[in-house]
Design a protein around this ligand. Structure first.
Ligand code: ADQ
Length: 470
């Protein structure tokens, strides 16, 4: 086989965003930094291992950026106009699909213009992938912003091996059916040879939908397509680069950072930690309210315990996110102003993005990691904590509505809607018998040691090639 020319690739990832953000310093020099978020954290190591090309938007509206090399793979920027960012990205992706797929915890909006933009942007991504994929290449399409790409790409390039992975939950049928364009999205996804979900529940919802709302025949996890293909749907719970996080957390720099952090905080007895994108699905309001009541009632002593919450700024132009940001600012301010002590505030809240080393230092020192989404595809933060927390005395409080709860069964489980239950579990996790904590954390560690991001990608890609070979 001839060697691929530099402008084509045998392995492609297609995702809404590129894994890098552009930053321009005062002198006008351009550099690219890893962008935050679960999808990038997960797929970056996969790309470094496989090489190939990553097709995605570079984050600057109305600008065309040339293809370039980064960290051993090719970055292929797809341009978006200001209107498209508003309608396809902030609109249809993040104000229609995101809330709808997360149990409608915020009200999804349906606008026909947003749908039009979603279709035309999906077509642009499909055309770009079709242009640079080698004959018979593997193309791995990512997430809810690009659900039409598999079918569009198949029409352009039937020779390709097309996989799709949904990073967020696939909703129950009754919710999905609200979508005016439900048929088109279903057909879009079925263009893939393999459709991957975070949990068995997600793939079950999807297959049930195909069975009950299309004339297509479903054979266990395979949908028989009219063109003779099979489109297989299965769960592939995503994970992290466990060893990479552990090495980072054990590095001398991070250990020093952790010591410094402890000094700054005044060496409290118990550190509770939350790390989230600032998103209404993450249960931040519930979490902060629970701590407010615990500090208020004296069940947690502010001179002995602290709750650190860091929240990455996210989707700041979408209305619900602005409201959430204001709510949390207000809530934290009110709780902190209540405490009598003039020392450190009981809730240390930072609305900022941090480097991975700082996060690792925080995971190292956190006695209790608090992960309370109302609904979450997986939640990588829970796994990052387990990989980074070096000693056996840590505890993970985890919402039963995170995909991660299906695997991390020895966590202290909570229903974040049940405030009293959440409060008592937080107290229990902070003060439980050390032997019990050790038992739980060791079991959790075993899980993230054996289920890594490498294994996730290998499982998906092996299943994708196997299906194509049928
Ligand atoms: P997210 O909703 O972004 O991901 P999550 O899985 O928790 O959620 O990943 C967040 C990532 O951002 C983590 O790697 C975390 O370390 C990082 N991060 C969070 N806060 C940060 C901060 N303040 N500074 C810097 N980094 C920060 C989506 C889905 C999830 C799914 C992932 C992967 O919503 O359910 O687990 O994709 O599939």
């Amino acid at each position: 086989m001839p060697a691929p020319t530099p402008s084509t690739a045998t392995f492609l990832v297609v995702a809404n965003r590129l894994p890098v953000d552009r930053s321009i310093d005062e002198a006008g020099n351009v550099s690219w930094r890893t962008s935050p978020g679960g999808l990038v954290t997960a797929l970056e190591p996969v790309m470094r291992k496989h090489g190939g090309a990553w097709v995605g938007w570079h984050g600057a509206p109305d600008e065309v950026v040339e293809t370039f090399e980064h960290d051993g793979f090719t970055i292929v920027p797809v341009p978006l106009s200001t209107d498209e960012v508003e309608e396809y990205y902030e609109g249809f992706s993040n104000a229609t699909l995101w809330p709808l797929y997360h149990d409608s915890v915020a009200f999804p909006e349906f606008h026909r213009e947003w749908w039009d933009a979603y279709q035309s942007v999906n077509r642009r991504f499909a055309e770009k992938a079709a242009e640079i994929a080698d004959e018979g290449a593997t193309v791995w399409v990512q997430d809810y912003q690009l659900q039409l790409v598999p079918q569009m790409l198949r029409e352009l390039r039937p020779d390709l091996n097309i996989g799709f992975f949904l990073h967020i939950p696939f909703p129950p049928i009754e919710l999905y059916l609200q979508l005016p364009w439900r048929r088109q999205i279903l057909e879009g996804l079925l263009g893939a040879d393999l459709v991957g979900f975070q949990t068995v529940g997600g793939s079950r919802n999807f297959l049930q939908l195909v069975k009950t709302h299309t004339p297509l025949k479903v054979n266990r996890d395979a949908v028989e397509m009219p063109d003779g293909r099979q489109s297989v749907s299965r769960a592939f719970p995503i994970s992290i680069d466990t060893q990479g996080f552990r090495d980072l957390a054990n590095s001398p720099e991070v250990i020093a950072m952790a010591e410094e952090l402890l000094d700054d905080l005044g060496h409290p007895e118990t550190i509770f930690l939350g790390v989230d994108r600032l998103d209404y699905t993450k249960g931040l309001r519930q979490k902060v309210r629970a701590f407010g009541e615990l500090f208020d009632s004296g069940e947690l002593d502010p001179s002995k315990s602290v709750f650190i919450q860091v929240a990455t700024p996210s989707r700041e132009r979408v209305e619900e996110y602005v409201r959430l940001r204001n709510d949390i600012d207000l809530l934290v301010g009110r709780i902190n102003s209540h405490t009598e002590s003039l020392g450190r505030a009981p809730i240390v809240y930072r609305h900022a993005s941090f480097g991975r080393d700082t996060l690792a230092a925080m995971y190292r020192i956190a006695d209790v990691m608090v992960v309370t989404p109302l609904r979450d595809g997986m939640n990588l933060v829970a796994k990052e904590y387990i990989a980074c927390h070096a000693s056996d005395d840590g505890a993970l409080v985890l919402s039963e509505f995170a995909g991660a709860a299906r695997e991390l069964k020895q966590a202290y489980m909570v229903n974040p809607y049940d405030l009293n239950g959440l409060k008592s579990t937080l107290v229990k996790a902070g003060s439980d018998d050390p032997a019990e904590k050790r038992r739980r954390l060791r079991a959790l560690r075993k899980q993230v040691n054996t289920h890594t991001i490498d294994a996730w990608a290998d499982n998906f890609l092996t299943a994708l090639t196997a299906n194509r070979a049928l």
